[in-house]
Ligand binder design. Structure first.
Ligand code: ASP
Ligand code: MG
Length: 411
């Protein structure tokens, strides 16, 4: 039995016209001899509408009931789509998360998938040609409904593909693939044909919203090839797959950015064991995600510590730091919310030298000051003034020749 998993996002199931397009895609795959597991999101805007509704009812909506509510979005789309398929004679049925079952932990609102009963799916697939599965939802060990976090249908699809060993997990959306950078900012942005899981993780964590980060982690762990493509056109999209030699030819594969960053500097903290822990432990206990961290060399037993947090967490972080201020000896606590992070990403960095120099001189040519630099094996991030974000993206995109198909420099 050849099985394909196809996930369609909210804009692909927004109304009857869109759902008819989705049906065409599914029928084509059936014609090719596949059985199809279709994973659907809620119709676009529906999850937001439900969240607003809950907020009108309750100041602090109960997390368990919130998941019961949010899961109705996907329940609506799978039932409607299964009707459409049946109307044209397809053997199809809908399945909610708990019916599969997609077993998750108990973290309501951001549950993690623990197990999917593949034998049961295979059994149901004997009787049906298409299973229309509600994305974004599962159930915990006490049969309570859980949801997987915003964008979670991607993860449902990849997890199902992993469970039944599907050939590919196709993610259909309203864009035709993953681009070298945001095409709204840089018109020269190009669709990437093939990208490595690690590169995609960096792009996704930097706000390229095409795939939920967790779905890419899942795909990497179980080696599920993802094909991101458009519901509204037929061309090939972007393959998200295991790294291979061909990917190393390009120095850089993409430029990402994150405007949701704020910079915090602790001036003159003691330079002695335990100070960093005193700073970051309470921040992490408050579930605040710290990103870039820089500590300056010490002068007379004192040092400056600079780091970034999401803009929405600045107030909380400052309050935490004020409590620790005397203990860590900070002379002042400074912050700046008008900052953004631009990042160049590419597995090719591992075997090309000079990538950082190209990035820095490109920014210099536009007179953009770099406040913090952080690197990993496959990325270089620079924190800059927020107002230069677009300019920095365009200049980096050009400096690495990302508008051209062929890699600029061979290894
Ligand atoms: N409906 C959910 C959301 O809007 C899940 C998804 O679409 O992937 O986040
Ligand atoms: Mg999505």
């Amino acid at each position: 039995m050849r099985v394909l998993v196809q996930k369609y996002g909210g804009t692909s199931v927004a109304n009857l016209e869109c759902m008819n397009k989705v049906r065409e895609k599914v029928l084509i795959s059936l014609d090719k001899g596949y059985k199809v597991i279709v994973v659907l999101s809620a119709m676009s805007g529906e999850t937001n509408r439900l969240i607003d509704l809950a907020r009108q009812w309750s100041h602090r909506p109960d997390p368990c009931e919130m998941d019961v509510l949010l899961a109705t979005g996907e329940q609506t789309s799978v039932s409607l789509f299964a009707m459409l398929l049946k109307d044209c004679g397809v053997k199809a049925r809908s399945l909610l998360g708990f019916q599969v079952p997609i077993q998750t932990d108990k973290s309501f609102g951001k549950a993690r998938i623990l197990d999917i009963d593949n034998e049961r799916i295979e059994e149901i697939l004997e009787k049906y040609d298409v299973l229309v599965v509600a994305g974004f939802q599962g159930c915990d060990c006490s049969q309570r409904i859980t949801t997987l976090g915003r964008g979670g249908s991607d993860t449902s699809a990849v997890a199902l593909a992993a469970a039944i060993n599907a050939e590919t997990c196709e993610i259909y959306t309203d864009v035709d693939g993953v681009y070298t950078t945001d095409p709204n900012i840089c018109p020269q942005a190009r669709k990437i044909k093939k990208i490595a899981y690690d590169e995609m993780l960096e792009m996704a964590s930097m706000g390229a919203k095409v795939l939920q980060i967790r779905s890419v982690e899942f795909a990497k762990k179980y080696n599920v090839p993802i094909h991101v493509r458009s519901t509204f056109s037929d061309g090939p999209g972007t393959l998200v797959v295991q790294e291979d030699k061909s990917m190393e030819a390009a120095m850089v594969s993409g430029v990402a950015y994150d405007k949701d960053q704020a910079r915090i500097t602790l001036v003159g903290v003691y330079d002695e064991p335990g100070v960093a822990a005193k700073i970051f432990e309470p921040i992490s206990r408050a579930n605040i995600v710290v990103d870039m961290i820089v500590q300056n060399p010490s002068r007379e037993g004192k040092t400056d510590m600079t780091f970034t947090v999401p803009k929405g967490n600045v107030e909380d972080t400052l309050n935490i730091l004020k409590k620790a201020q005397a203990d860590i000896g900070a002379q002042a606590i400074l912050h700046d919310v008008d900052v953004a992070k631009v990042t160049v990403i590419g597995v090719g960095m591992r075997n090309h030298s000079g990538v950082a120099a190209i990035a820095f001189s490109a920014l210099k040519n536009e007179n953009i000051n770099i406040m913090i630099i952080s690197t990993s094996e496959i990325k270089i991030s620079c924190l800059i003034e927020e107002k230069y974000t677009e300019l920095a993206i365009r200049t980096l995109h050009e400096a690495f020749g990302l508008d051209q198909e062929a890699p600029r420099k061979e290894c």
